[in-house]
Write a new protein. Structure first.
Lengths: 306, 306
């Protein structure tokens, strides 16, 4: 018999969904106990519980990003398998990115201003067709964004550590080719996980390499952006605009200049929600593998950080 | 030798593009003359010139809608072939529709308000996946919108006179099934041309058949909407919102209530621009057919009105 603890803000919801699946050999417990071998939850909550789960063999994160469980690792030896949420955020992230690209090209916010001012402004609007989008990071989310960008007739560049798995990327860039990758982009979208290699990857040099009409979107993790450099680039019109869903510190402090920066559009870590139905599907799939002693899907590499 | 007159606001642009194509047996003239057999231009300008073009055999409209040349027909006998612009607006229209659907689901305008008020509002946003979109009219533009809607995981309904050409439409409706078509829609999009059959097709009955969370988009022609009925439906929350690109009278009069109706988002007949490069491509294709005495593409049926 396996013992599962649910360490989530939405514990009851997950408990109901998992119980409904009637998984074999599985008991759900509400107690941090010596014999709990499985945990599912938000990485922050799993982190806080790790010291009290000596028998833990497998933890399923409800998020894609698992930074709280990594560097420095809260549990020595990394003696459990950590799996994260993959393949469920791509659609929502693509909707977010495309929504903001279209809002930018179609001047949706300005149209609302024109309406408010009773101004019949029939000047030209832009199109996505023929534009070039650059994706920082092409994992399962990036591949979905790439596929969507191709659907709308864009050219797609991808910057990755080494992988070239998505065939919707027209050209891949790696390593020192970052500034070459940025040259001539209409849109730059960061989807990278938070690791030491991605820290402030969107810095003054990268921003200076972009054309002044470029739009920067960050749906990855906040620390990927050098926030001071972005503010500088926006105020000096080195880039046309930015759309941010994630920040170095969340919620963003009230005195942060982002709140009132023109051409910077904020959302509130809402680009892709973790839907319990989707996440439970991942858990069930992995539980069946676990119960049969097979390797789990979506395993996090503690060295790489994703 | 054929003689062409360009009757367009962008005469010089079209002249340069057509001259560059070096079409055989073609002379461009600036004069309304007895021997002009071909005209290209906006329907309003073609209409004004028709009486002075007795030898006209073919007119190529730069717009999809050709109402000014129809009812009542300014030239008796309809003794010339009228072709319109098709296959060039679908991509732009799809971008417009998807842009506003995503802005609606992702609350892009409200997010901008939240930012202005320094409110970290991480409440849930919506998604297109699983939603049902209903297209009033599925010609070449509608087919493109249908294909895009399928790409984002929507169910697609189509209401047409009789055609069922697009395989991206999950279910077709015709004739008296209009209210059945409307039932349960998340989004209603009008793309119909302006004919006597489409006049005020979006009326109080149709609006009442929609669920209260429905969003209504009109990118077809203004007269398709009963404007008073739409205002009533919006003010009584019978529908959630509307996005209008076209109006009964354009530009919209300054005292029209649409300007200041909450949940009504206006654009200014800007959903799909006629790009001279696209339209010249259509003209060249048709000119080559004309010069060889073959039937032209995109012929308007004067009875149907499109």
């Amino acid at each position: 018999m396996h013992k599962l603890i649910i360490l989530s803000e939405y514990e009851k919801k997950y408990q109901a969904l998992i119980e409904k699946a009637q998984l074999p050999n599985l008991q759900i417990t509400g107690l941090l106990a010596n014999d709990v071998d499985i945990a599912i939850g938000e990485p922050t909550r799993i982190k806080a519980a790790l010291a009290y789960l000596p028998a833990l063999k497998w933890a399923q994160s409800l998020w894609a990003g698992v930074e709280p469980l990594l560097d420095p690792a809260p549990r020595s030896g990394r003696d459990y398998v950590l799996t994260n949420a993959r393949g469920v955020f791509g659609g929502l992230m693509s909707e977010y990115v495309l929504g903001y690209l279209l809002a930018h090209e179609r001047r949706i916010l300005q149209m609302a201003e024109d309406q408010k001012n009773k101004r019949w402004n029939d000047s030209d609007t832009g199109t996505l067709r023929g534009k070039t989008i650059g994706l920082l990071g092409v994992g399962s989310i990036g591949a979905d964004v790439a596929r969507t960008a191709k659907f709308f007739g864009m050219t797609v560049r991808g910057y990755t550590f080494s992988s070239e798995a998505s065939s919707d990327v027209d050209r891949y860039y790696h390593g020192n080719d970052l500034l070459e990758f940025a040259k001539g982009l209409d849109y730059l979208v960061n989807i990278l996980p938070n690791t030491k290699d991605t820290h402030k990857i969107i810095n003054a040099d990268l921003l200076a390499a972009l054309p002044p009409h470029a739009l920067v979107i960050n749906v990855g993790r906040g620390p990927a952006v050098d926030e001071a450099a972005l503010l500088e680039a926006l105020s000096r019109q080195k880039v046309a605009g930015a759309v941010l869903d994630v920040y170095e510190k969340e919620p963003l402090p009230q005195d942060h200049p982002f709140w009132s920066t023109p051409n910077l559009h904020m959302t509130f870590h809402t680009a892709a929600l973790s839907l319990p139905e989707d996440l439970t599907r991942i858990f069930i799939e992995n539980y069946n593998l676990y119960n049969e002693g097979k390797p789990l899907k979506y395993q996090v590499d503690f060295e790489k950080g994703y």
